[in-house]
Design a protein around this ligand. Structure first.
Ligand SMILES: NC(=O)C1=CN([C@@H]2O[C@H](COP(=O)(O)OP(=O)(O)OC[C@H]3O[C@@H](n4cnc5c(N)ncnc54)[C@H](O)[C@@H]3O)[C@@H](O)[C@H]2O)C=CC1
Ligand SMILES: C[N+](C)(C)CC(=O)CC(=O)[O-]
Length: 321
């Protein structure tokens, strides 16, 4: 059965940080959005988050007809998904919860509507186990803020049809995203496996009293963070090898891989470590509210995205290259 790819109605289940980001992206692309979230006050919180994101989306350019008013908040899962052409679940990261939720979502959805889950690293073969028509079920793992960052990792489970992966690619591309198909179903996929390694080391550095949270963030944002926005680790290190490139880099820095630079297993999350991290980041936040920091992040991300796009165009590359 061909899957729906020309979507007009987007269903969002779960409207926290990530669900609201999906809703904002879908609205900005001129879609009708139906949302459901069981938390009291969820609709109001969702509308507030979208209003905070909207100036950045306006700056980026709205699709014809795009409007915040095209969001409808409903009271049941069934109402949310029944008429949807595409469904994105962004519920809490718990296997039992997602398993139960997807049994309900898929039973009520159109059989040819693709279902995506925002999970950061749970396995689709596990949480789609009880789904109706599991051949249309995928992971579509986004990055925060979902309404601005282009990457979405697509992962299939053991029942996912190859055509569903292609359909998901088409849908996410139409939503202005850069899909990356993760060909093997592994926990953490590609990006979170990398991010988690950095996060564990950062926690060790705090735990060992080597650096504060602010100093660790400085080490990222004034160095590797700047080049990561346009060049990944492999190409960056090719340049670090000089004219001899990666082969010289491997021979010069390869031995360091045997030195105890990294710890990898996560440190114990003691109360002290949690307090140190929370106190450190509160100090970094200062007087700013989360919403104000989000607006600063969005403006800066737009500027970086623009700069990368323009520079690539000058070098004959498209943004997605
Ligand atoms: N926060 C992040 O940086 C990222 C999170 N994700 C993934 O997105 C998903 C959602 O995470 P967040 O938005 O961060 O969490 P969140 O805690 O901000 O939001 C979760 C929402 O789900 C709602 N909810 C509770 N029970 C539910 C149920 N049974 N069915 C549907 N919704 C329910 C909650 O009321 C809440 O609004 C998770 O799978 C997470 O791994 C993916 C990428 C990044
Ligand atoms: C922390 N996290 C694992 C939920 C992060 C992600 O999944 C992606 C992101 O936005 O960094």
């Amino acid at each position: 059965m061909p899957f729906i790819t020309n979507i007009k109605t987007f269903a969002a289940l779960g409207s926290g940080v990530i669900g609201s980001g999906w809703v904002a992206r879908a609205l900005a692309h001129g879609l009708d959005v139906i949302a459901w979230d069981p938390a009291p006050g969820a609709e109001q919180a969702l509308r507030k988050r979208i209003a905070n994101a909207w100036p950045a989306l306006e700056k980026q350019g709205l699709a014809p007809g795009a409007a915040q008013e095209r969001l409808k908040f409903v009271a049941t899962i069934e109402e949310c998904v029944r008429d949807a052409d595409f469904i994105q679940e962004s519920a809490p990261e718990r296997l039992d919860l997602k398993l139960d939720l997807h049994a309900k979502i898929s039973a009520a959805a159109k059989p040819d509507a693709i279902i995506g889950s925002s999970t950061s690293g749970l396995l689709p073969s596990e949480f789609y186990e009880s789904a109706t028509h599991p051949e249309r079920c995928v992971v579509g793992h986004p990055f925060n803020p979902v309404y601005l960052l282009p990457l979405v990792e697509i992962v299939g489970g053991k029942h996912t049809a190859p055509e569903a992966i292609e359909a998901a690619k088409t849908i996410y591309t139409a939503l202005g995203m850069r899909p990356l198909h993760v060909r093997k179903e592994v926990p953490g996929f590609i990006a979170d496996r990398l991010l988690e390694a950095l996060w564990r080391e950062a926690l060790h550095l705090v735990n060992d009293g080597v650096a504060s949270t602010g100093e660790i963030d400085d080490a990222i944002r004034f160095g590797a963070g700047l080049r990561w926005s346009f060049m990944g680790t492999f190409l960056t290190y090719t340049l670090a090898g000089g004219d001899a490139g990666m082969r010289h880099f491997m021979s010069q820095f390869g031995p360091a891989l045997k030195l105890p630079w990294t710890y990898l297993p996560a440190p114990e999350l003691t109360d002290k470590l949690i307090d140190d991290v929370v106190d450190g980041t509160s100090e970094q936040l200062g007087e700013r509210s989360i919403a104000a920091l989000e607006r600063y992040r969005d403006d800066t991300l737009l500027a970086v995205l623009d700069a990368v796009k323009n520079s690539k165009a000058k070098h004959g590359m498209a943004f997605g290259d």
